[in-house]
Write a protein that binds this ligand. Structure first.
Ligand SMILES: CC(C)(COP(=O)(O)OP(=O)(O)OC[C@H]1O[C@@H](n2cnc3c(N)ncnc32)[C@H](O)[C@@H]1OP(=O)(O)O)[C@@H](O)C(=O)NCCC(=O)NCCS
Length: 150
């Protein structure tokens, strides 16, 4: 794996975020979603390679004593090389420095790969949200809610 740096992202990085977002999600966040998130003081962190290209990112929303992981992605050409694990390590060490007791996330029931990555990392299913996500052909898909206590 190449050298990389970890940094906080802001409005100036939204074009690069969108490039990855639109590659890897069937229903990607829009520019407006990223702007709303930044405006609401959610925190966006990214991994950049040695050419300063964005490789991966995540978005965190604090809710009282919990952190919600709102978005978590690795660029299409860098997947399968261990970046998800690095991203989860960065996220949990950042969150552990703060007074939070757990990390919560939602994931599509069909996203088996992400579910397995989260489970192996220590997240467990705590519930389901029926028809939470938009899906193909105007249908909806359930979300699995997962939590990891810190
Ligand atoms: C889910 C996602 C973040 C995984 O990122 P990644 O960098 O490819 O994952 P990694 O290379 O770190 O692999 C993590 C694990 O998956 C395994 N894996 C790698 N490639 C795989 C593949 N093609 N199929 C299944 N498992 C695979 C690895 O062996 C690794 O296992 P380990 O933790 O036991 O070592 C990435 O696929 C992605 O961005 N997907 C689109 C966005 C998304 O779905 N995000 C989650 C929203 S909740």
């Amino acid at each position: 794996m190449n050298a990389y740096s970890f940094c906080k992202l802001g409005y100036a990085d939204v074009d690069q975020l969108l490039q990855i977002e639109e590659q890897v999600y069937s229903h990607p966040w829009t520019r407006g979603n990223f702007h709303d998130s930044l405006y609401s003081a959610h925190e966006i962190f990214g991994l950049r390679d040695n050419k300063q290209e964005l490789v991966a990112y995540f978005v965190l929303m604090p809710v009282v004593d919990e952190i919600h992981l709102l978005n978590f992605a690795v660029s299409a050409c860098m997947q399968g090389q261990g970046y998800a694990r690095i991203l989860l390590d960065k996220m949990s060490s950042y969150v552990r420095e703060k007074p939070f007791s757990s990390i919560l996330l939602e994931v599509r029931v069909s996203n088996q790969r992400a579910i397995e990555i989260y489970q192996r990392y220590g997240f467990t299913e705590i519930g389901r949200r029926k028809l939470y996500y938009p899906a193909a052909n105007n249908s909806r898909e359930d979300a699995i809610v997962m939590r990891m206590d810190l």
